[in-house]
Design a protein. Structure first.
Length: 767
């Protein structure tokens, strides 16, 4: 009996002899040509047999390797001959079929000779059999057919562009084949009887150059795409309206995008798009802007759907968006000027500002819904509003509207409605080119309504301040914040004053005082004029004065009696009516009660004030609509010799108390109305406002110039540069070069900066 080791040795020996016989048999089959080279399937059995072998002799491996290299070449030659015999119409089908056959052949060769790696090592070949086969296919088969294949593929692509979708599967297969030619070391797989090459290492691209087949195809496809796009654009622009052209190109580009995603190699997908965009959009963008049905027409007639499509098309080639923005800017300006030129609307801020807000909301919606909030359109919209809102008129009307809202407009509104209105005001405020004018005017109006307690809610005031602060910073709202702080402090002072023994009612008179810092508030000088008052009122003032100065050492109170209000009860009337009146009105009534009839000049003399101080107050006693809605002379609380038609008062006009005055309600008010100013007063007011504005502007300019120069110590700063830089940094108003130059001179006079001794066109900061 054989032992275990001997038995094992005999099995190996027998197996080796069997394998040797099998190999000899395979080689014999091959040498006798039993496996014809015109059918890849006939190789399968031979390769399966070879795959079952465990070992081969070196010479046999090399012979077999060389043989199959030659076999592949012969097979590829036969495939090429078959394709060459086909007509142009059949060429693509034949090319695809023979390529699949060659891939199938290489697949089976790759399987067996990958298994027997001695074909690479022992035979000392530089590359694998499958790699050799790929090179043969590319350099022999494809190289001979590429011109014809490309010509026929382009025909199929043209058919595809003309909506013949049946050609698309063939295009996809051919382009996949072209893409496969550029793979590096291939891995061949077989799925569902389909052979495909997968790159284990993608072929490297040097610089921006494409590898063999891709570059060839890209160049040709670019050319064909350019011609097709150019011809299409030329035909469409002459035969279609602007909206039709835009719709047509969007549809085509969408279809083209689907095609590209289907069969265009991603490596040059974007470049194909650039060609389409250049000819379909860029070359005709200006023409679309000039056509009768073009972009300006779409704006004028509010064709939002057409504008949306125009944006979608032009945004593919963003440089062309200027055609839309160039039409957008004058459109906004025109709409804005139409509102401002409507005298019926523009003279009333309650109508004027809401119309501007409505316009801005419309433009905001246009930018959001049609132009996807594109930054270019946002900038164009904002610049357009700033362009036509560059006058002080807009800032003052916005201030007037804000004042109206705070006094009356927010009455009965919900918190949400108030918030929306404030946001609308701020939205329009951001477009102002004269924000400094708004600040001055809004501060003045806020001062007046707060000091007279005419604001609906200080919370609304605080919300406005917060929003302005967010837009312009703390310095912009510093006075507004100080006014709010003063009111809070004043309330605390009065609460403390009421803790005294008289409970805040010296001489039995309920005495409310607002203590404010003079620097923050815009107080009319006339309100601060001295006026003779009864002793009991003077005693009240002295009592509070002593209380306050004891509590705040070193401080002094300046009384603004012209802002005071009093409640007067009329015991002479049956209903004992009560009026809310000004202090000058109360004092005038006291004098009429004493002297029965007095001239206006005499009343002013008795009160120790200028006659202009009491004119508006007297007007309130006669014409306040609270009790005299029809404005009739005989219905007033006082009567006189004044002109009832013009409602003007003169120094020598005499007035007297109306004992027959009758008012249905118990309470009424006599607060003066704002009288129409004379031309001289208007001019004087405008001059004062201009001086105040210029003073603010000069202060801002000088602080900006100082900050700039301080940051540039040691750097060369020319006159032109600093003028431009100052203009950029200031957004509260439009700083003019001459104004900047004047303030540079002022800083030189103040020894804050100087001209450079080396170059007189440059400036230096004096540390």
């Amino acid at each position: 009996m054989l032992n275990v080791e001997q038995k094992s040795y005999n099995i190996k020996k027998i197996k080796k002899e069997l394998e040797k016989e099998m190999i000899n048999g395979i080689l014999q089959y091959v040498n006798n040509g039993i496996f014809p080279n015109n059918s890849p399937n006939s190789y399968m059995n031979a390769y399966t047999l070879v795959q079952n072998t465990a070992d081969l002799g070196d010479n046999q491996c090399e012979d077999l390797f060389n043989y199959h290299n030659k076999t592949i070449q012969n097979f590829i030659e036969s495939c090429l001959k078959k394709v060459n015999k086909l007509s142009n119409i059949q060429l693509i089908d034949g090319f695809i079929k023979e390529t699949e056959n060659i891939n199938f052949l290489i697949y089976w060769m790759n399987r067996i000779f990958t298994y027997l790696d001695r074909f690479y090592t022992k035979a000392k070949q530089k590359s694998s059999l499958s790699k050799n086969a790929l090179n043969l296919y590319r350099d022999f088969f494809f190289q001979h057919l590429q011109v014809d294949v490309h010509r026929e593929v382009n025909k199929l692509i043209k058919e595809d562009r003309n909506c013949n979708l049946e050609s698309r599967p063939k295009i996809k297969i051919v382009l996949r084949i072209i893409n496969d030619l550029d793979i590096g070391i291939p891995k061949i797989i077989k799925e569902n009887n389909k052979i495909s090459w997968i790159p284990e290492k993608q072929a490297e691209i040097e610089g921006n150059e494409y590898t063999f087949a891709k570059k060839w195809y890209k160049d040709s496809f670019d050319k064909e795409t350019k011609k097709f796009a150019k011809d299409k654009a030329k035909a469409d622009i002459h035969n279609m309206s602007a909206p039709e052209y835009i719709t047509s190109q969007l549809k085509y580009l969408n279809e083209e995008n689907i095609r590209e995603n289907e069969y265009i190699n991603p490596i040059f997908h974007n470049e194909i798009n650039k060609i389409n965009y250049q000819f379909l959009i860029g070359e005709n963008a200006d023409e679309l802007g000039k056509m009768d049905t073009g972009i300006p027409y779409m704006f004028e007639n509010k064709r939002t759907d057409e504008l949306t499509k125009a944006y979608q098309l032009f945004n593919l080639y963003p440089v062309s968006l200027k055609v839309i923005t160039n039409a957008f800017q004058p459109y906004i300006k025109k709409r804005g000027e139409e509102i401002s030129q409507n005298k019926e609307i523009s003279k009333d801020p309650k109508k004027f500002i809401p119309e501007l807000i409505k316009l801005k909301k419309e433009m905001d919606n246009l930018v959001e819904n049609c132009f996807e909030n594109n930054n270019s359109f946002q900038d164009t919209k904002n610049k357009s509003f700033s362009t036509f809102m560059n006058k002080e008129f807009y800032a003052k009307q916005l201030s007037n509207y804000t004042d109206f809202c705070m006094k009356i407009g927010f009455k009965g509104k919900t918190e949400e409605e108030v918030e929306n209105t404030l946001n609308e005001i701020i939205g329009l405020f951001t477009c102002l080119n004269t924000k400094l004018v708004f600040s001055i005017d809004a501060n003045s109006k806020m001062s007046d309504r707060l000091i007279r307690n005419k604001t609906i809610s200080t919370n609304y005031e605080k919300k406005l301040i917060s929003k302005l602060k967010q837009e312009q910073g703390l310095n912009y709202v510093s006075k507004m914040l100080q006014m709010i702080n003063d009111l809070d402090k004043s309330k605390k002072e009065i609460d403390d004053y009421k803790t005294l023994s008289h409970r805040g009612m010296p001489n039995g008179i309920k005495f409310n005082v607002q203590v404010i810092s003079q620097s923050a508030w815009d107080i009319n000088k006339k309100s601060m004029e001295k006026i003779e008052i009864p002793k009991y009122l003077n005693d009240c003032m002295e009592d509070f004065d002593k209380y306050y100065t004891r509590k705040h050492n070193g401080q002094k109170l300046i009384w603004c009696l012209g802002l005071s209000k009093v409640e007067i009860q009329y015991l002479c009337f049956k209903n004992k009516n009560i009026s809310t009146s000004t202090l000058p009105q109360y004092l005038a009534l006291l004098q009429l009660e004493k002297y029965n009839k007095l001239s206006l000049s005499k009343i002013a003399e008795i009160l120790g004030c200028h006659i202009n101080t009491i004119l508006t107050d007297i007007s309130g006693l006669v014409y306040n609509p609270s009790f005299n809605p029809q404005g009739l002379k005989e219905n007033g609380l006082i009567l006189g010799t004044f002109n009832d038609k013009t409602k003007e008062f003169k120094e020598d006009d005499e007035i007297y108390f109306n004992n027959n005055f009758s008012f249905s309600r118990q309470k009424f008010q006599t607060l003066p109305l704002t009288l129409k100013k004379s031309a001289a007063e208007v001019k004087e007011t405008e001059l004062e406002e201009a001086q105040i504005t210029k003073k603010y502007q000069d202060n801002i300019l000088q602080s900006t110039l100082t900050r700039i120069m301080k940051s540039r110590i040691g750097q060369r700063t020319t006159h032109v540069w600093i003028v431009n830089e100052a203009s950029k940094q200031i957004d509260l108003f439009r700083a003019q070069p001459q104004q900047i130059k004047e303030n540079i001179e002022k800083l030189i006079e103040k020894n804050i900066m100087k001209r450079s001794e080396k170059d007189r066109t440059c400036y230096e900061y004096i540390a």
